[in-house]
Write a protein that binds this ligand. Structure first.
Ligand code: DAH
Length: 340
């Protein structure tokens, strides 16, 4: 009897199962009414009196071991079932997590920042809710200038001295009020105008302002800086063209075109046959603006420029409707993949 118990004990201990069904088979073989343990209990009747205590104890231990082993194995297969690995091919690659992509305006802004940082420009920030001084007056904008019109600018009704900034040129004033030359900085950010939304206009958009003030800064510096930028942004073959213009805060002022990045200057429907597309406004900072900002215009001069980020992005990615940048439809956004 003892030998049979020991043999069954080692059989139980050594048992390994390959499936839930295999465990169940084993349970029937060992613990069911006709199982080996039950059989041993039946035979217990025949054990002589003096051995009963010892054998009885062994039998009980055997039964407990059998129960423990079987419930342990059952649990193991059931918890596997919860993870539902059965019937699955675990060698297949895992489903990838959908990683978002950067917004095209962020890509372009980052690239602009990166290009200018290579030639020593820092990045500065300013408030989007701005006072009249920083948005208009310090920038030499007369009181009757059309840009100040309610039709163009969002005023804060409780305080008409405050506006949603209409241009990042306001950051120029903050920078100049807070530091002395040499100043070499760009200021990207959101601006607002009271415009009806269409494919070509929006009540909010983004600009990057540039400002360079030092001793003896000339128009040649302006031209060279913008040529460098244009080539880095649109390709080495890019040409620039400066046309006389007017801005209240620059004297002289210009508008800058680049050779059309699509037809390389030959003329296409994007440049409307001109071979050139306008990308920014620029000029030499008006001495009155320097004086407004407590920078001595007899010692220092500088240039400034301002461009629309949407405009650059539209040219770079051939987007023909401004609204796409603000609707944030993932079918549009997921087409822009880049490391920056
Ligand atoms: N602030 C101008 C605008 O919103 C753009 C601009 C033009 C900025 C000339 C400048 C500049 O700094 O020199 O249209």
């Amino acid at each position: 009897m003892k030998d049979r118990i020991d043999k069954l004990l080692s059989e139980i201990e050594e048992f390994t199962a390959s499936s839930k069904e295999h465990v169940e088979e084993f349970r029937i073989k060992i613990l069911s009414k006709k199982g080996k343990v039950t059989e041993l209990f039946d035979d217990f009747k025949t054990v002589p009196h003096e051995l009963r205590k010892e054998i009885g104890q062994k039998l009980n231990e055997l039964k407990t071991k059998a129960h423990d082993k079987i419930s342990h194995l059952k649990e193991k297969f059931e918890s596997n079932d919860e993870g539902k690995t059965e019937g699955m091919d675990l060698t297949l690659p895992a489903e990838t997590l959908a990683v978002g992509s950067r917004h095209p305006l962020s890509l372009v802004r980052n690239q602009i920042e990166e290009i200018f940082s290579r030639i020593g420009f820092t990045v500065s920030d300013g408030p989007e809710i701005e006072d009249d001084w920083h948005n208009f007056t310090a920038l030499n904008t007369p009181h009757d200038h059309p840009a100040r019109d309610m039709q163009d600018t969002f005023y804060i009704s409780e305080n008409p001295d405050m506006v949603l900034r209409t241009q990042t040129s306001s950051v120029q004033v903050h920078v100049m009020e807070g530091s002395q030359p040499p100043i070499r900085t760009i200021s990207p950010g959101r601006v607002y105008r009271n415009e009806a939304i269409s494919a070509r206009a929006h009540c909010q958009f983004h600009q990057v302002e540039g400002l360079y003030i030092d001793k003896k800064v000339s128009f040649a510096d302006l031209k060279q800086t913008l040529l460098y930028f244009s080539k880095e942004m649109f390709g080495e073959e890019t040409q620039i063209r400066l046309r006389p213009s007017f801005f209240p805060f620059t004297e002289i002022s210009a508008e800058m075109d680049i050779s059309c990045p699509f037809c390389k200057g030959k003329g296409c429907n994007i440049c409307k046959g001109a071979g050139w597309v306008e990308i920014l406004g620029c000029g030499m900072v008006d001495p009155a603006v320097l004086d407004n900002c407590k920078i001595d215009s007899s010692k220092f001069s500088g240039f400034a420029f301002g461009m629309g980020i949407e405009r650059i992005a539209m040219l770079k990615y051939q987007v023909n409707d401004l609204r796409l940048f603000f609707e944030n439809d993932v079918r549009f956004l997921k087409q822009f993949k880049s490391v920056i």
